[in-house]
Write a protein that binds this ligand. Sequence first.
Ligand code: GLN
Length: 570
Amino acid sequence: MTRFIFITGGVVSSLGKGLTSAALGALLQARGFKVRLRKLDPYLNVDPGTLSPFEHGEVFVTDDGAETDLDIGHYERFTGVAARATDSTTSGRIYQSVLDKERQGRYLGETIQVIPHVTDEIKQFIAHSACETDFMLCEIGGTIGDIEGLPFYEAIRQFAQEGGFQQCIFIHVTLIPYLDFCNELKTKPTQHSVKELRSIGLTPDILVCRCPQPVPEKERSKIALFCNVRHKYVISSPDLNSVYDAPTVYAKYGLDQAVLDAFGIDTVPEANLAKWHEVSKRLSNPERSIKVAVVGKYTSLDDAYKSIHEALIHGGIANKVKVEIKWYHAENFEDKEPSEVLHDVHAVLIPGGFGKRGSEGKINVIEYVRKAKIPYFGICLGMQMAVIEIARNVLGLKTAGSEEFISEGNGKNKQLIPIVYYLKNWMQNGIQITRDQKDHKGATMRLGSYPAVLREGSLVAESYGATEVNERHRHRYEVDVSYKEQLEAEGIFFSGMSPDGQLPEILEIRDHPWFVGVQFHPELKSRPFQPHPLFASFIAAGLQRSRELNTQKNEEVIRGHKRNVDSDAY
Ligand code: GLN
């Protein structure tokens, strides 16, 4: 029997419902259950693919090519279960599907209404292939009280009513604010949020109370009494040192036990949390610390490069080092020497991105790290920029650029030689895909998992321990393979190619400690308990540089000391 857990949020947004859902998924897994997580977002975009990262954080891509909310990334990182396109929806997608059916005449002349047509569509989304799993966790985006969320709340109410209440529970994630001026924790906002939930027919079984500290007994009793929730189902959710402490902390405060009790399941073993203890241990006791610079465009928003941030931390876990991430705006390097800022970092990463803005800054940074032999990781646009830098400064093609930039700037960029070009035709799982630059923007990129064949003996083949890999893509432009020979003559080679040999997937420089560009997004497949091999290897290279810089510094100190002693002799 599949059991459904619905997670809603109250009081304010950004409480970490996604993280709570993901950590609960991990805890149920640790008890031996199969889990899957789904996200229902009430906004009207059909998917987040066309949303600016400044609006809604990063777009997370699944193996089967769906552009989804970043919470799906949390789900994957905590459970290791690869999400599918059918695990993420929005109001826009639900309405689009209802309206398509209406146009096809599939409602046989009925008047189309939110109830039952929209709510039925939502219920179908929730139940889709649910029988494959023991627990289906469905997180509703937004906050109770939002007008746009109402059809989702109504749908989950009906789902529980129709499916049998013993098959569904409701978890409400809420805030217990601390008021400094009276030194008190306040339960009233939670009481109001639960009242709001009840007014739309939803009764929470479990309350997860976000609070700067563990919620004391007195407040938990008060919440239980006024919200009519059993005392042991009021769970503390204090602030954490690391998000990866969430499974062990939630286990300590009894979240998974509360869920099992609420379903009346009493015959399961204790959770095996060994891997989470190990992750927490490595994060809290690093042997060293290294500095990694990320040079991008959306660096002012934490969530815009969420998976990059996490994958770097995972690389640190693999090497038992703390990774201190320094975020830099690419445009700053258009008039500033990169060496002034980057000389003492141990590694540099340029992430994916769109548009010309900041690209000249990125090119300057890449030229610097290539020559200064600082470990470099270029992801998607970061690989394309590396090829452009090398084409300009090594091959002498001074006007090398990307077709993406030529289409910008009202003809101003026409003189660029497009060594990164717009891809019009390709195969995906045996199906021919055709695109045109005039196509609309939604879901038209090369999206999802594609294979790459790696060159034996290359740095990446060594890191992966394999010569064939599958990685997730999200881009429109490709590096032109016809520069292959010219590049190889300079010791720069494509160590990963699409199986037909047409699309460069990975670029490497032989005579460099660690210079790798990848056309795909490896960060999306990194897990704290299974760091991505390229991130583990990149951080190892950063660690090596930090040791070398240290040795250099020590030698300088010794030399300085010797000089002083020598001069003393006179
Ligand atoms: N803008 C580039 C392209 O579409 C790179 C995309 C990315 O970095 N994800 O090809």
